[in-house]
Ligand binder design. Structure first.
Ligand code: ADP
Ligand code: MG
Length: 147
């Protein structure tokens, strides 16, 4: 697919597993956004930029798009971990996401520790890759400056 892919929507409640079990909270995109805007995007892990409206700052993110085989989800979900320590939850807030690149396919895991290790590696890949000038420029895109 042609990158960047811009998507936005209010952050919805998931199953409450990302943060609590893994120490890696993921802000879930609404079902219709995943079904419509991301319907032709292969499942897997991506990185890019994300912004929570109200906060405004454009921050690095890793996104999982898929079925989460470890948790045996029934529905495809789009979940964004923003690489930043927030003081509070931001359910219901509008989130804007620019998907810039595919990292890897979705995997299944024998244990949670292996899943967490992979996500931590994805985060490092994202932080290094996002330093590229062509990616940094996207932070200045009109998409992120509309109020
Ligand atoms: P849920 O299953 O409801 O998505 P999570 O355990 O994945 O629950 O936690 C996600 C929520 O945590 C987000 O909706 C957001 O409000 C909050 N949150 C706090 N910090 C972050 C972060 N760095 N990235 C994404 N979400 C975060
Ligand atoms: Mg989540």
């Amino acid at each position: 697919p042609p990158y960047p892919i811009f998507v936005s929507g209010p952050v919805v409640k998931g199953y409450g597993r990302g943060g609590k079990q893994l120490g890696i909270p993921t802000a879930n995109l609404p079902e219709h956004t995943v079904d419509a805007a991301l319907q032709n995007i292969p499942i897997g892990v991506y990185y890019g930029w994300a912004q929570v409206i109200g906060d405004g700052v454009v921050r690095p993110m890793v996104m999982s798009l898929g079925w989460n085989p470890y948790f045996k989800n029934q529905k495809r979900s789009g979940e964004v971990h923003i690489i930043h320590g927030f003081d509070d939850d931001f359910y219901g807030k509008e989130m804007r996401v620019a998907i810039l690149a595919f990292v890897r396919d979705e995997r299944d895991y024998a244990c949670l520790e292996d899943l967490v290790k992979d996500i931590q590696f994805d985060i490092r890949v994202a932080l290094v890759s996002l330093q590229r000038e062509e990616y940094c420029k996207i932070k200045d895109d009109l998409f992120f400056s509309i109020s």
